[in-house]
Design a protein around this ligand. Sequence first.
Ligand code: CA
Length: 458
Amino acid sequence: MRTLSIPLIVATLLVGCRGDPDPTPTPDSGVPQQDAGLPPEDSGVPEDDAGVPEDDAGIPEDDAGIPEDDAGIPEDPLPTGPPVPQGPPNVPEFEPAFPGQTRVPAIQSQTPIQVTEIASGFRNPWAIAFLPDERMLVTEKPTGSLYIVTQQGAKSPAVSGLPAVDGRGQGGLLDVEVGPDYAQSQLIYWTYAEPRQGGNGLAVARARLVDGAQPRVENVQVIFRMMPTLESTLHSGGRMVFTPDGKLFVTLGERSILAGRVQAQDVRSHFGKVVRINPDGSVPDDNPYLNNPEAKPEIWSIGHRNILSAALDSQNRLWTVEMGPQGGDEVNRPEAGKDYGWPTIGYGEEYSGAPIHESPQAPGMEQPVYYWDPVISPSGMTIYSGTLFPEWRNNLFIGGLSARALVRLMVRNDRVVGEEHLLKNLDSRIREVVQGPDGALYLLTDSTNGKVLKVTPQ
Ligand SMILES: [Ca+2]
């Protein structure tokens, strides 16, 4: 088991100089053929919206927010200055709803950071979850394989017993989580595109992990199925977040094609929703749509496009980052029973340049906390709560696929006040960001030779 065990330091750098020279000025942020500019390893795998032309051009708080952890110390003044260098907006005619909703001042981390390669050779890995002994579960999207990886980089054989996945496009094996009661139950949870008669759909399964030289899962239970079934290889969603009160949030995409997109605000469909379930798949008795007999009872919030980033803040509130259309990636803080607007409102447009929305704002629909135009293509998120990087406490860290960066957002009073694009020098699509039990950030790069990277102070 302990074969390749010497972590390789791949990059050591001082982070975030304001003029961080970016040799590739967002080559892939604004045009449908974005993947054409990427290395060959990326070119065949259209996972994110940056690479997938839309095929459905037919549709047209305050200080109670995130508490500072140094209660007695005055807050630093808010950042000022120009935003992170980026291309011009795709939809300049849409004005933000409030100052600081986009293009906030660029910030620079003060802590020198080091990136260590833990393991490599994963085919488009998607998610990391930590077992209690600090080994990692790592999923591979297109192959449907799950591995156990040690901190020294040793990789187990693929865990056997997982059901087959529809591995095309943005489907496959996606997120993985370790059950809150794992020590007693050995239950792990995962999301995947389930092949079905007449199409496919996201499913959530759980099973008991039987550890060992040939790991396997047993007693697989599918605890949730996104309905209806539809034939689409796009916009699966699939991030999961356990909450301390024992509930499970799951993010669900709207399948991209027109037949799915139009269901994103329809409570009779799971498409384009955040759902909230119990760990056995049953419906919590305080979910927001239980008094509507037509609604899917699992629904928590509606009007989302494709959420691939989700995390809890220090108050255990859910934050998400959703893939928008061209110019419309957005950060939301989904609350029970609220409508986040897609496809009626948003800040983007079709990849063809055709308009989608008459307006970015409408009564009864929530505004994003923040949006990007041009997009970053977000996937994976953690809200930092560790001690290795005190200056990063309560900041959002988001993987950027087309941004080819680790995106850091500083938040005050539930508003974004500073943005930094870290690790641009790696020139890698960042698929996943997880805080390890040691307070380091663990990342997955998205390629046919995907890597597990660890970010620590230098
Ligand atoms: Ca929205």
